[in-house]
Design a protein around this ligand. Structure first.
Ligand SMILES: Nc1ncnc2c1ncn2[C@@H]1O[C@H](COP(=O)(O)OP(=O)(O)OP(=O)(O)O)[C@@H](O)[C@H]1O
Ligand SMILES: [Mg+2]
Length: 484
């Protein structure tokens, strides 16, 4: 390969037939004691008007004559080589100086004649970047089919987004992350919309997986039921306001009832129901309370029986070993989903504030379906301080507001072909527009472009490995494929 030209932060590299590289590959351009790290993001033919005319002429001649052309000097071969020449477009990413140190300063030009261009291996990139960690998360392969891993530290305290079109492999990657985080002893809460994360406990051959007894599946209304006094006023008030739209006057009455019952030591969900019916209040307020109370009752989220769910119990039982708490929301209505999310998040924040539990990793699938937009920013800004580190998984990048993108640390970007999705993601993400548009548009299924802290700000194309855990959540089909 040779350097052809430079335009802004972009290099054009000339490649002959035997030179190979794929989009996303890193190349090192060595010139004396300095080197330039560039990333290939697009490939095209070397084209000039004269060459196109030549090709057309030759085709016309071939089509209209059956005689062999007389070519004693074998010029035809050369001309074919030129026609097969390609141009790789590459973005300048960094400079490596004489001492082997990486810097983002790229304000110099390597020689067009003398510089040598070669592919950089993942191991070399990692050593230049000093990318290392204690808790690896193997993701699959990258570069020249080399093993690739990120580190759990890169997700710790960070906000991540996994996005891509339908069926591109987002949930699969998120399951790999959840599983490895738990293996490293972390506590993960998953809002699961398809009942697919329960497969984490099992291998494909239905034998228990390494984290089988660390996966806790919670079904709202069954295994997920709270005592009112455990949730506390703040969580219930958040639920009434944000999930059930209760008017302010009714909310005040609700808490008057709550306080009265608490003073009598008789706080309970049935007791609240009785009090609402007999409490001396305006009928409109009563109506508002009664309708909310019915929703709460039918959700079966609260219980007066002893043994309601307590997060700290799961966490103390698994102290040191980690656990995944999967909240399965596949079979519940949108209102109940919102109630669950509201209660769970408020309670976790409360526990974190009191330092009753260690920081939590939160994986939220299609969060726009159950969290209000205004509330999201709150989750990531405020909750990050408390110790909730979120990963959003979505196939609608425009459902995430710009405010969130501005704070994102890692993006795992699967294929998008739709222009408006690409527009959105290239506008807000941490990498230049050209790289995103060109690489992401042609990414095959199960490959993603990792951007951000986890890859030290050098975007990398990763082939996500298959997982040995059971994969659930595949779309149910009416016409299943013939197996024979
Ligand atoms: N790296 C991989 N290796 C093997 N199988 C994979 C891989 N990634 C995804 N799959 C399989 O491809 C299918 C689709 O993947 P997945 O459910 O992760 O897609 P998705 O992007 O979450 O889709 P949706 O938008 O519908 O939620 C699943 O059956 C999954 O098991
Ligand atoms: Mg999915």
């Amino acid at each position: 390969m040779k350097i052809l030209s430079k335009n802004g932060n972009e290099l054009m590299l000339l490649a002959m037939k035997e030179d190979s590289a794929s989009k996303g590959d890193y190349m090192l351009i060595e010139d004396r004691n300095k080197s330039l790290v560039v990333q290939i993001y697009d490939e095209e033919y070397l084209s000039s008007q004269a060459m196109i005319e030549d090709i057309v002429k030759e085709e016309v001649v071939n089509a209209s004559s059956i005689e062999n052309l007389h070519d004693p000097l074998n010029i035809g071969v050369l001309s074919k080589l030129i026609r097969d020449a390609r141009v790789f477009r590459a973005k300048l990413r960094a400079t490596i100086n004489g001492e082997g140190k990486l810097s983002s300063e790229v304000a110099w030009l390597p020689s067009r004649v003398d510089s040598r261009i070669r592919r950089l291996s993942m191991a070399e990139i990692d050593s230049f970047l000093g990318r290392s960690g204690v808790f690896p998360i193997p993701l699959g392969r990258a570069g020249d089919d080399e093993d690739f891993e990120i580190y759990a530290e890169d997700l710790d305290g960070k906000l991540s987004i996994i996005t891509g079109k339908k069926e591109s492999g987002k949930s699969h990657l998120s399951k790999v992350l959840v599983k490895t985080l738990v293996q490293h002893g972390a506590f993960v809460v998953v809002f699961d919309l398809n009942n697919e994360y329960s497969g984490l406990g099992w291998h494909r051959d239905r034998t228990p997986s390494a984290i089988q007894n660390k996966v806790h599946i919670l079904e709202p209304g069954n295994s997920l039921r709270f005592k009112l006094d455990y949730c506390g006023k703040a969580a219930v008030s958040g639920m009434l306001k944000n999930a059930l739209d209760i008017p302010a006057a009714s909310l005040r009455e609700f808490f008057r009832i709550w306080d009265w019952l608490e003073n009598k030591q008789g706080l309970g969900i049935d007791a609240i129901g009785n009090a609402i019916n007999t409490w001396n209040i305006n009928e409109l307020v009563r109506d508002a309370l009664v309708s909310r109370y019915h929703v709460i009752q039918s959700s079966r989220l609260f219980t007066d029986e002893p043994g309601g769910f307590r997060f700290e119990n799961v966490i103390t039982r698994n102290a040191g070993t980690g656990a995944a708490i999967v909240i399965n929301m596949a079979d519940v209505s949108p209102t109940i989903r919102r109630m669950v999310v509201e209660l769970v998040l408020s309670k976790i924040v409360d526990l974190l504030e009191r330092q009753a539990i260690p920081p939590i990793f939160l994986f939220a699938e299609e969060a726009h379906l159950y969290i209000r937009e205004t509330y999201w920013e709150d989750i990531i800004t405020r909750m990050r301080h408390f110790g909730i580190y979120t990963t959003f998984i979505t196939n609608q990048p425009d459902a995430i507001s710009d405010g969130i993108y501005r704070q994102v640390d890692n993006i795992f970007l699967f294929n998008f072909t739709n222009d408006s999705d690409l527009d959105k993601i290239s506008k807000v993400s941490l990498v230049d527009n050209d790289t995103i548009r060109s690489i992401v548009r042609t990414l095959p299924q199960r490959q993603c472009l990792a951007i951000g802290k986890a890859v030290c700000d050098l975007p990398m194309v990763i082939k996500v490995a298959a997982a040995d855990v059971l994969t659930l959540g595949e779309t149910k089909k009416f016409f299943s494929k013939k197996t024979s």
